[in-house]
Design a protein. Structure first.
Length: 346
């Protein structure tokens, strides 16, 4: 296998994880790291302070794992150099910036993907399979919860929607297609001007609805999804990578015979429960493998590209906006089309 020479931009929390994965993924040759503050002389690869210092470095692709507010500038620099990119989610701080990056990559002929890593979570892949195979019947509602883990530093422009909500917005769209924002509530609890809690209500063109609850303030991290269908309810734990289906008659009909409290408790205990087997893998590693395929033969697989990358940011922007009365198109665009700023359905 011919190795692709790659550079890592950023060596913070996520950058350190990308560093480990890139070093361990066959098909990649990590040739340099760029970080303005890092003090790690034992990396085993050259450490530069800026992208401009890479002028004499031979590489084909880069992974950008820096704060969201820096994505736009760094990506434009690297695209101008003709480099393929994997950008940590979200693609940029705003829809307009993200659209500019996609246009620049297209004009230059470079490949650009965005690291919506939950797409590679095996529990999410199992949920998609369960929905596709009809185990849930008709899907009615998704409820996503992603809470806990206030960042050590909150840079200008970042908030809980761009940091957390974009994950579940992207997962929802990957399963149901176009969605539109119906309502959102955002809270500022600790730091002036920084949304740290949000509740978003979305509806899908399929008829399903969804809530996305995110916050940085809950002491314990929770990353979960609950999907309700006409045949049962599926619970997914992103962190434990479990996927469990509950239903009243998945395997047999359960009818309440004893209507006492104890009888109802027993009925609850005997409700059909299917624990689906999930082959646990590190999503970031699976994403790196797919990025390697994307660079070598154009197979994006589960990678977020193009319109999907833009959509998550646009919906997060709308959830933050105080004025949602802007005129929007009422048509439902094709799922593969790039979203336009004024589309109602994204």
């Amino acid at each position: 296998m011919t190795k692709i020479k790659v550079v890592l931009i950023g060596l913070g929390r996520m950058g350190s994880n990308h560093f480990r994965v890139l070093k361990e993924t066959p098909g990649f040759d990590l040739v340099a790291v760029v970080d303005a503050q890092a003090v790690k002389p034992d990396l085993g690869v050259p450490l530069f302070r800026s992208v401009s210092e890479l002028a004499d470095t031979d590489f084909e692709a880069a992974v950008i794992a820096t704060p969201t507010s820096t994505h736009h500038k760094l990506a434009l620099e690297l695209i101008a150099m003709g480099k393929h990119l994997l950008i940590e989610k979200p693609i940029a701080s705003t829809f307009v910036q993200g659209r500019e990056l996609l246009a620049a990559a297209h004009a230059k002929g470079t490949r650009l993907a965005v690291g919506h890593v939950e797409r590679f979570n095996p529990a999410v892949l199992k949920l998609r399979e369960i929905i596709r195979e009809g185990f849930l019947g008709t899907v009615i509602h998704f409820a996503f919860t992603r809470v806990g883990g206030y960042p050590n530093t909150v840079l200008a422009g970042n908030n809980v929607l761009l940091d957390l909500a974009v994950h579940d917005i992207d997962i929802l769209r990957s399963m149901v297609g176009p969605v539109k924002l119906e309502h959102s509530t955002c809270h500022v609890t600790w730091r002036d001007g920084v949304f740290d809690t949000a509740e978003i209500f979305l509806v899908a063109a399929t008829g399903a609805s969804a809530t996305v609850h995110v916050n940085w303030v809950t002491p314990t991290k929770i990353r979960s999804a609950r999907v309700t269908g006409t045949r049962g309810v599926c619970f997914v734990d992103y962190m434990l990578q479990t996927c469990e289906l509950f239903g009243g008659s998945l395997l047999k009909a359960n009818e309440p015979v004893d209507t006492s409290f104890e009888g109802l408790q027993e009925l609850y205990r005997t409700t059909d429960r299917i624990q689906f087997g999930v082959l646990k893998v590190e999503p970031l590693r699976a994403q790196a493998v797919q990025f390697r395929r994307f660079l070598s033969d154009g197979d994006a697989g589960e990678l977020a590209t193009g319109g999907d990358a833009l959509a998550a940011v646009l919906i997060a922007e709308r959830a933050m906006a105080a004025d949602k009365a802007a005129s929007r198109s009422k048509s439902v665009p094709p799922h593969q089309a790039l979203p336009a700023f004024n589309d109602e359905w994204i």
